[in-house]
Structures are given as C-alpha cells and as structure tokens.
Design a protein around this ligand. Sequence first.
Ligand SMILES: Nc1ncnc2c1ncn2[C@@H]1O[C@H](COP(=O)(O)OP(=O)(O)OP(=O)(O)O)[C@@H](O)[C@H]1O
Ligand SMILES: [Mg+2]
Length: 222
Amino acid sequence: MKEIICLKDVRREYRMGHNIVTALDGVSFTINEGEFVSIMGPSGSGKTTCMNLIGCLDRPTSGLVRIGGEDISLLSDRALAALRSRTLGFVFQQYHLIPSMTVLENVMLPLRYQGVEKSRWKELAVSALERVDLGDRMNHLPHELSGGQNQRAAIARAVVGSPKIILADEPTGALDSQTGKTVLSIFSDINASGATVIIVTHDPLVGAQAKRLVKILDGRLD
Ligand SMILES: Nc1ncnc2c1ncn2[C@@H]1O[C@H](COP(=O)(O)OP(=O)(O)OP(=O)(O)O)[C@@H](O)[C@H]1O
Ligand SMILES: [Mg+2]
C-alpha cells in the first residue's frame, strides 16, 4: 500500500473579525493509492475545508498535509498549482462548466494547463466523454444538457488528464436519486481503473458505495 494523501494534526482556522472559527481541529488520516473513500458529516463539520486542503486549494493553519509525497506547506504557490494540475481532478456539486464553451471545449481545457501537446487535446477529451457516455452530446453547450449530463461532462473534465486523485464535493447533491446512481457508478469505474477517489457527501447511498468512510463532526474525526 502506497500513501497518496496524509493529514497529520491538521488545524484550519478562519479569522472572522475578532472571532476565530476552527473549521478543522486536529485531523489525521492517511489514504493509500487506489482507495475509494467517502467523507461524511453534518453541514458545517469541515468536509469542504478538508477537501480544499487535499486539493491543494488551501493550506493548513498548522499540521501536515502531504499529497503525492510532497509536504504542501513547503511548496511555492506556483509549485502547488503545478502539483494540483498534475495530480488532482475536481468535481463540484454545481458542475462549474464554462457556459459559453461546448462540452468538448470544457473537457479539453485542463489539458492546456497540464502542458499536454495541443494536437492531443481533442482525442483525449473525446475519449473521456465516451467514458461517461456523452460522445453524442459533446458539441452542445452546458445549458442544452440535463443536470446529470452536465455532471458527467464535469467528471470527464476531471479525468481527462488521468490524474491520480479525483475529488468530488457533493457530486450527486443536485441530482435526482436515479441520476445520482449513474454518476456514482461512473466514480466506481474510475476507481476500478486505478484512480484514488474521494467523495464528500451527506447521502448515505453514496457513503455505502465507497470502500471506506471518514466521518467528521465539528472539525474532528468522529
Ligand atoms: N472562508 C471561510 N471563512 C470563515 N469561515 C469559514 C469559511 N469556510 C468555512 N468556514 C466555516 O468553517 C466550518 C466548516 O465549513 P465547511 O465548509 O468545511 O463545512 P462542510 O462540512 O463542507 O458543510 P456543508 O455540508 O454545509 O457543505 C463552518 O463553521 C464554516 O462556517
Ligand atoms: Mg461543504
């Protein structure tokens, strides 16, 4: 088992005027390559804060965050951005596709930042879209697609560069339960093909699908 994510005694505080909000209060866990983990806990418990740290979008107030063997507090902003685009793919509750771009253009976009040769963008994006069964919709704009199709496009965008880690924050939160199941089975396929998958969710069905549960309550492991 090879470690891919490690949090040790992680605290994340937010300063709000004179008050300090402690979003994470000494969290430690390790995730190995190829795991399928769901992070569960009530609203405000610190799940998104935790995902933002794993996703190298944020840094801890104290404690260690190691991603792919790198201590993120030792990296410059530039090195952190490079680690992020090389190693991580993100899926959000509200899809976050660019509305003026077709689905295909949306999915090609990360490849530009990963330094992939331009001649390969289309072929890689088409293959990612076929993986989520959207091959026939790729020239549409996001608003011309259903919620489930938008989310599948967002998953294609997350996996197009074959990142080692896929992070999803409430990816089924905006979907009906049947569409949610389809989306969930795509995450299972992605995990089966070798990626480490981490899903934040309130939904016990999603939690049940994961192979391991990390529970958070009031900023601590439950
Ligand atoms: N940018 C911020 N500034 C100040 N406080 C914040 C900020 N982001 C989060 N918090 C606080 O940190 C705590 C944890 O928030 P977080 O967003 O991680 O919760 P969550 O578990 O993702 O909740 P939800 O299920 O509602 O998405 C909350 O008390 C929240 O108000
Ligand atoms: Mg959240």
